[in-house]
Write a protein that binds this ligand. Sequence first.
Ligand SMILES: N[C@@H](CCC(=O)N[C@@H](CS)C(=O)NCC(=O)O)C(=O)O
Length: 225
Amino acid sequence: MIILHGFSASNYYNLVKHVLLYKELPFQENLLYGGSDELLTISPAGKVPVITTAEGLYLSESSVICDFIEETYPATPLYPENAGERAVVRQIMKVAELYFELPSRRFIPYVFSGTEVPESIKAEVRQVLTRGVTALNRLCKFSPWVAGEQFTMADIYVYHVNTIVNAFGSSQLEWDVLAEISGMKEWNDSMSQSAIAQRVEADRVANMPEFIQKVKAQIQAAHAK
Ligand SMILES: N[C@@H](CCC(=O)N[C@@H](CS)C(=O)NCC(=O)O)C(=O)O
């Protein structure tokens, strides 16, 4: 059986969990936080999520895990059959990661340490998010799904990227980034209604206090050095 390692406050962890639940694959969760010795033995970059495959292989990097799951368990497909259409789905995922997820994440250390974000960083992040807004406006169809008629990996991926955009990008910049993309907010709201999204969200909320405690302890330990 697949083992999913990581913690539920992580949106990367949650998107892989969403894929496993969507495909109705049996899996176990193993609670592991960043910085733990156990994580370093199974994840080359010390990042979560990691999966242990049914064959005992450790895999990390969420988009790589998504592709592995799809190739190994093709029932209930999450990519189109056509290679070009598949590439478009991956293009949406890549654009969301590079121009939405990663710039929004720049604010996380400031938020967790209670430090004001420098204006120069805010300007950089705003510039990258603006590129993401333009690109996703061009790429996303919302008819009714992100890439068109078929529910795909991009729906799951973008939905979980958006949690970071809302929690850090939009809130720090006082700018409703998702509102800039025609159809995004309506689609996001409908995604959040699904039973899977609600289960993942309940687990995220339950894990948050412990995760915040861990982060605070790490910040204190770093200051004490
Ligand atoms: N590119 C990685 C990013 C994963 C990532 O940044 N995970 C965070 C949790 S959301 C993490 O492991 N943080 C712990 C650390 O950086 O030490 C992926 O797609 O899986």
